[in-house]
Design a protein around this ligand. Structure first.
Ligand code: NDP
Length: 468
């Protein structure tokens, strides 16, 4: 049975390498190997050599091995969760790192189980045509620091199921969780099929410009997504870009504030707000405004924040000091714009760790930076509206469109409103609840390409039509 200590020792280097800090304390918990261009060449060579045999195994055998990999994750789940907590900050409990480790196994199992049958697209007197998907070949995956192990599983599960080999580059802030995940799943995978290269600097750019990659998957900022489009242009690998957003939630006048408050809270504050599809601005009818704000503040006030290793906490620190400063600046701009602080907005900037308190702000103008820029942290602006069309136009005004939500006691009415929102997913009476069978992806500046379910498998394959 793996422990946190044995898993950490397996993925850290004794000296040199990238220091990885615990965001709750600032303590260096280990050092990740710092890989460079030679390591990338070696990984590409090994992956290219291993891929044909992996593809030749067929869907059934690859699915069996992915299920065995999920079993291995389950056996090491507690150690992996502990590592995610120490490196990324989210608490063990609540929708935290134990939830993340469980999600990794669930996503691997679903990638193994999802059927993908050839599709007969023409069958008449003029002929027959069938559309099916082959492996793309070599997949390069670049991941973020907010859900490092879970998002790695979103990338590697479907890619491996489809018969690809994968070279993965984790965020420099959270490389250990992804190295640990590879250490665990490589107990059952053939050599060379999955390699994780930790590093910083130019490694990501070197991967996306490398001609060996047939597919690049990236989850992170819009700015880096745009750089990937540019650096991959010469080779034209297929791209899946999941670039975050600024998800709106719209409460309709018939919603019950007490009934929706807890789901609103977790929609916005899961992982201390550091989630691509978190609720990042909330539009509430004028008449319900105070009741929604009070109900949300009641829930927020009973959610303890502190070091994630304590079993009592359900909210942790921000993962990086940069992210702390982004949130701090947006909140201070909100104060200057006349925002009213219902809760929070008063971080202890001298205390150890990147803790930013849960913050609720009302009374902001629609163009306040906290409303129109992605905060990626625990500060939610709540904006009153009197006219639903106006709320919808504010919701649609930004150049991103990952998720959104509509909150109502009348689901049919909510569906009609949902259809008017420019977002890849619109949830009703919940927010950000991704599911491994349900396609997920953004529109506008939130990127393109779908993940999860059969569509996610197709996105890491290449289509082939056979016509007679
Ligand atoms: P980024 O999202 O900008 O991504 C940094 C990663 O991308 C690193 O691994 C880096 O590798 C790689 N990279 C950089 N340039 C290139 C390139 N040209 N081609 C390929 N890869 C490249 O990370 P940040 O930590 O800077 O986060 C910034 C913001 O992104 C956050 O404030 C937040 O708003 C958002 N974000 C969104 C997430 C989401 O889930 N969608 C998750 C995390 C953050 P290397 O170091 O080798 O250059």
């Amino acid at each position: 049975m793996e422990t946190y200590e044995t898993l950490l020792a397996a993925v850290t280097t004794p000296d040199g390498g990238l220091p990885v800090t615990d965001p709750a304390t600032g303590e260096v918990i280990g050092r990740a190997p710092e890989r460079g261009p030679d390591d990338l060449e070696r990984a590409v060579t090994a992956a290219s050599a291993a891929q044909p045999a992996w593809e030749a195994l067929g869907h059934e055998e690859r699915s069996r091995l992915l299920n065995a990999a999920a079993d291995a994750v389950d056996r090491s789940a507690e150690a992996l969760a502990h590592l995610v907590t120490r490196e990324q900050g989210k608490p063990l409990n609540g929708p935290g790192s134990r939830f993340e480790a469980g999600g990794v196994a669930a996503w691997l199992r679903t990638a193994a189980a999802t059927p993908l049958e050839p599709e007969r697209v023409l069958d008449d007197e003029s002929g027959q045509a069938t559309l099916s998907y082959r492996a793309a070949g070599l997949v390069g995956a670049i991941g973020p620091w907010n859900w490092p192990a879970l998002i790695a599983s979103w990338q590697l599960g479907p890619a491996l199921r489809m018969g690809n080999a994968v070279v993965m580059k984790p965020s420099e802030h959270t490389p250990l969780s992804v190295l640990a995940l590879a250490e665990i799943v490589n107990q059952v995978l053939p050599e060379g099929v999955l390699t994780v290269l930790s590093g910083s600097g130019d490694l990501g750019a070197a991967m996306t410009a490398h001609p060996a990659f047939d597919k690049i998957m990236f989850t992170g900022s819009t700015r880096t997504g745009q750089a990937i489009v540019r650096s991959s242009a010469a080779n034209l690998p297929r791209l899946t870009l999941e670039l975050g957003g600024n998800d709106p939630g719209i409460v309709l006048p018939d919603a019950d504030p007490a009934a929706i408050a807890e789901d609103l809270f977790w929609g916005a504050f899961i992982n201390t707000g550091q989630t691509c599809a978190a609720l990042k601005r909330l539009y509430v009818p004028e008449a319900l405004h105070d009741d929604v704000v009070d109900a949300l503040a009641d829930v927020a006030a009973r959610m303890p924040m502190g070091p994630g290793t304590s079993e009592d906490n359900v909210l942790g620190p921000l993962t990086t000091t940069d992210q702390f400063h982004i949130v701090d600046k947006l909140v201070e701009q909100a104060r200057a714009a006349g925002g009213r602080f219902v809760l929070g907005g008063d971080p202890d900037r001298d205390a150890p760790g990147n803790f930013y308190p849960t913050t609720l702000v009302t009374g902001l103008p629609p163009d306040a930076p906290l409303v129109v820029e992605e905060q990626f942290g625990p500060a939610l602006p709540i904006i009153a509206y009197t006219d639903l069309d106006d709320a919808l136009s504010q919701a649609n005004a930004l150049d991103v469109g990952l998720g959104a939500s509509v909150w109502s006691s009348d689901v049919e009415r909510a569906r009609q409103v949902a259809a008017r929102i420019e977002a890849g997913t619109v949830w009703i009476n919940k927010h950000g609840t991704v599911h491994p069978m349900v396609p997920f992806g953004g529109v506008k500046g939130s990127g393109y390409g779908l993940e999860f379910g059969a569509e996610g498998l197709k996105a890491v394959g290449v289509p082939q039509v056979i016509a007679t």
